[in-house]
Design a protein around this ligand. Structure first.
Ligand code: ADP
Ligand code: MG
Length: 446
């Protein structure tokens, strides 16, 4: 899927001749958490490295449940086989429609052993979620059931989910554990419906000792799947089998999911993972570096952490880029090398919108004063624009929640978080809010 997505992208964005000479001859493999790209000769390799690698790595990072390292080498093109992109060790979501027997359902259940508690850095942003996850892994089914972990992208939800699975698997190797992404759960159910194999489906999920279901927001608007999941959730929790769920929002804020199900989500324990502060980002970089035996000075770690604030996935991506750049140019890792490697990223940050600018644009748009946005006024004609401006600041600037709060008349970070969630929710249910958001966001970007 990653390579198909890259091919689609390049086919659209490059002239056909370039596409045919550079991209088409590449061979793509995933081995463990590494992507191996094989180019036909060293010239092609160098060109790929310079012109296309960042796009490929960005695509891969956004599509894979882990951040891959990318290895480029020279070699012959192999005849592609279907196995090529989904080797045994991969936990890539396999499309269930390709699955021919119920046995292959268990393929989803594969865990990635590198996503374990030992590799998980904790800090204020995730210590509660981490503690709950450890607790659940040590005493599954008896304390928090279900455990519901929520937070934005790239903040470690999948990592925690997998860590619980790995830990339980190592404590009791016979346990029936299934990790599944909600989109695969949906298609698995759809397939069961089409082939009338309800019993197999139910039998598989209801007999698990541990069900880890990732990104549950993706069962929104799928009534049949929701009903089935409700049933499975009840069956498992009543039998004291552990269920762990992750989601991008708080249970009550998920739209398109039946209330009886969302309320069931919060019967156990609900914990958040928040974006890491700069100290934690440094700690993560140092941990990732030592994990891959890379020598990374604290000054470089701090430099990267200061500039990459959005989430841990991007942080890892930046580190990988620095490493690849240093290896390719045979320059030892330093702040200078990091600057060069992350040139594009830093340039785009310099162009970034300021909070002042956002406040002014939003105030003009809603015909109110900037002072109103910063004031304590709580009438709706002021609060909505204020919340909108906070969301835009969150998305378009590198500032943290507390920093944004401070820029909006000394509010605290939870107010900003609440504002972002409110507008995100409104955007989905209300087309006017959505249109306003799009207009504002576009005019600010340009
Ligand atoms: P999410 O599922 O919330 O989108 P992931 O669990 O996929 O995020 O995390 C993105 C990447 O960041 C993964 O490679 C993961 O291993 C790494 N990561 C996330 N949180 C941590 C952490 N606390 N310590 C170390 N690595 C982390
Ligand atoms: Mg995830």
């Amino acid at each position: 899927p990653v390579w198909v997505s890259c091919l689609d992208f390049f086919q659209e964005s490059l002239p056909p001749q370039q596409f045919n000479s550079w991209i088409k001859p590449l061979t793509f493999d995933i081995v463990g958490s590494q992507i191996v790209l094989t180019a036909p000769n060293s010239f092609a390799l160098k060109l790929i490295q310079e012109r296309f690698l960042s796009v490929i790595s960005q695509r891969a990072e956004s599509l894979l449940p882990f951040v891959p390292t990318i290895e480029l080498k020279v070699g012959k093109k192999r005849i592609p086989t279907t196995q090529q992109t989904t080797p045994e060790t991969s936990i890539l979501p396999t499309a269930p429609c390709e699955a021919s027997s119920p046995k292959s359902q268990k393929e989803f259940g594969k865990l990635n052993p590198t996503l374990c508690f030992d590799h998980f850095v904790t800090g204020k942003a995730n210590q509660l979620a981490h503690a709950a996850a450890i607790q659940v892994a040590d005493t599954p089914g008896s304390v928090y059931n279900p455990l519901f972990i929520y937070g934005g992208v790239g903040l470690g939800k999948t990592h925690l989910l997998q860590a619980i699975g790995n830990q339980i698997k190592s404590n009791s190797p016979k346990a029936k554990v299934c990790y599944i992404h909600a989109t695969n759960y949906v298609s698995d159910w759809v397939k069961a419906v089409q082939t009338k194999r309800f019993d197999e489906f139910k039998q598989f999920y209801n007999s698990l000792d541990l069900l880890l279901i990732d990104d549950i927001q993706f069962i929104a608007d799928k009534a049949g799947t929701q009903q089935e999941f409700f049933y499975t959730l009840n069956t498992l929790t009543e039998a004291h089998k552990q269920v762990v769920i992750t989601c991008d929002t708080f249970p009550k804020e998920i739209s398109g999911i039946e209330p009886r199900l969302t309320s069931r989500f919060s019967w156990g324990l609900t914990v958040a993972v928040d974006p890491p502060n700069v100290e934690m980002r440094v700690a993560i970089l140092l941990q990732k570096a030592s994990q891959s035996k890379m020598s990374l000075g604290e000054d470089v770690a701090f430099f990267i952490a200061k500039h990459v604030r959005s989430n841990i996935r991007e942080l890892e991506g930046a580190l990988k880029r620095v490493e690849a750049f240093s290896r390719f140019h045979r320059r030892p890792i330093s702040v200078e090398v990091a600057k060069d490697a992350l040139k594009d990223l830093l340039a785009s940050q310099n162009k970034q919108v300021s909070i002042d600018n956002i406040q002014k644009t939003v105030a003009d748009f809603y015909r109110i004063k900037v002072a109103d946005l910063l004031s304590k006024k709580r009438t709706r004609n002021i609060t909505r624009p204020r919340q909108m401006a906070m969301l835009l600041a969150r998305e378009l600037t590198p500032f943290s929640l507390p920093e944004i709060g401070a820029a909006f008349g000394d509010r605290d970070h939870s107010t900003v978080l609440y504002a972002c969630r409110t507008i995100e929710l409104l955007k989905r249910s209300n087309s006017i809010t959505n249109a306003e958001y799009n207009t504002l966001s576009q005019s600010l970007r340009n």
